[in-house]
Design a protein around this ligand. Structure first.
Ligand code: ZN
Length: 223
């Protein structure tokens, strides 16, 4: 799998272009917003001769969806998102403030559920629902590639905010502990902001999971 990361918009959001075969790609959380960012992304796709076959949204927060409507108009591909995040998308579209522009939400989504599988661009993603940061938060696990796209659920050394509209701290911790931390330690974590990590690294050192941090080999022996 080829992965290209762009860091877009005022909130330094990670937009990821994934490809498992020539000519096709999947875009995770297209957050390009300014004309410059738009140019950067569209130029990259045309230079690399990549056609997006799907957009995967980890959740509906504005910084993750700025580019979705335009991409769907240009390429017509399905946009996967949990229906549980439409209220969030609409809320933040209405109340955009602090100098942060509202997103264009004139796009359609294909709903995902826990256990859904999405095949596109030579890759296959298992949907893992991880509510908490938002009610419809999901992670996308590419098992063969050993990679998970966690959006704002889990970061390198941090977890998602839960002071936002419809966020729930208890749900977030439960999602992380019961779903993400049960995965093999060598899976690479690609979050929605900041640098990549691994499940094992977060299990051992993430300060927000401190009460649960354990040496990986004693508690989560995979053999
Ligand atoms: Zn978010």
């Amino acid at each position: 799998m080829e992965i290209r990361r762009f860091i877009f918009n005022l909130l330094s959001e990670n937009t990821l272009i994934l490809s498992g075969m020539p000519g096709k790609c999947v875009i995770v959380d297209p957050g390009f917003n300014s004309p410059e960012e738009r140019g950067t992304l569209l130029d990259y796709l045309s230079t690399a001769s990549l056609v997006p076959e799907a957009v995967l949204l980890t959740h509906g927060h504005m910084d993750h969806v700025y580019g979705v409507a335009e991409l769907q108009r240009l390429y017509g591909m399905p946009v996967y998102m949990s229906d549980a995040d439409w209220p969030v998308l609409e809320y933040f579209q209405r109340v955009a403030k602090f100098g942060i522009p509202a997103p264009d939400i004139n796009f359609t989504t294909t709903p995902v559920e826990d256990g859904s599988r999405i095949k596109a661009a030579g890759l296959e993603f298992l949907v893992i629902t991880t509510p908490g940061h938002s009610p419809g938060g999901v992670c996308y696990l590419e098992e063969k590639e050993g990679a998970i796209f966690t959006g704002d659920t889990l970061f390198a050394g941090a977890i998602g905010r839960t002071d936002l509209y419809l966020s729930e701290y208890d749900d977030l911790i439960r999602s992380i502990m019961e779903k993400l931390m049960m995965l093999p330690g060598d899976i690479t974590v690609y979050p929605g902001h900041g640098a990549p990590s691994t499940i094992g690294e977060e299990r051992m050192t993430n300060p927000f999971l401190e009460p649960f941090n354990e040496p990986e080999e004693t508690i989560y022996d995979e053999n």
